[in-house]
Design a protein around this ligand. Structure first.
Ligand SMILES: Cc1cc2nc3c(=O)[nH]c(=O)nc-3n(C[C@H](O)[C@H](O)[C@H](O)COP(=O)(O)O)c2cc1C
Length: 187
């Protein structure tokens, strides 16, 4: 197949699917939740998560204030609240009531309605240009009772929101096992 060269600003457009998470912070004493799709595991041991946040977001003030943030995984039933937190900024709109906060060790607000929550202490900040990559060390992980049978988070029960270029999707069916399917490869 012949290739066509695209604009380099389109480079993030191929990174799909993406997760849809809510970054929880406290800004000037008020809980704030920001929708983020540029979020990824960053290290297994110690466990770390990275999230890329534009300099202009209200959330950045909260991360600076507390040196901590939470990552909350909403379910598809929370799509309205989740999208709202990606439209409205905490600098103009009080988003503290969109979710019910609960707290772990770090005193960053986690959204009780979201089935999966992680609290992170800020480990490293990498200023990349428009966005700052915040790498957080995981200090606590919480899941709804019915979403983590055998203490393993279950993606079907969590029913996370998948983000792809301006649309929300659901997780589809599994069709192959990772780390074993490749053994069928023959040169
Ligand atoms: C689906 C979706 C994904 C988003 N992902 C990001 C992201 O990864 N990083 C970012 O800086 N902004 C992202 N945004 C934009 C922010 O969520 C939005 O600007 C929000 O109003 C910022 O809130 P704050 O000012 O209260 O922090 C996203 C918005 C939506 C709807």
């Amino acid at each position: 197949m012949e290739k066509k060269a695209l604009d380099t600003t389109m480079s993030h457009a191929f990174m799909f699917p993406m997760p849809t998470v809510l970054v929880g912070t406290v800004v000037e004493g008020r809980p704030n939740y920001m929708t983020a799709a540029w979020c990824s595991p960053a290290c297994a041991s110690p466990p770390m998560i990275a999230v890329a946040i534009n300099h202009i977001r209200h959330t950045t003030l909260g991360i600076k204030e507390q040196n901590a943030f939470s990552i909350n995984v909403p379910a598809t039933r929370q799509v309205v609240e989740t999208d709202f937190c990606g439209i409205a900024s905490g600098n103009k709109t009080d988003k503290s009531g969109v979710f019910t906060p609960f707290y772990g060790r770090l005193k960053v607000p986690m959204a009780r309605e979201c089935p999966f929550n992680v609290e992170c202490g800020l480990h490293t900040t990498v200023d990349l240009g428009s966005h700052v990559l915040y790498i957080g060390k995981v200090e606590g992980v919480f899941a709804d009772q019915d979403c983590a049978p055998d203490n393993n988070p279950d993606p079907v029960r969590i029913d996370p929101i998948v983000y792809i270029r301006g649309k929300y999707y659901r997780v589809g069916d599994a069709y192959a096992d990772a780390f074993t399917t490749g053994k069928q490869y023959k040169e």
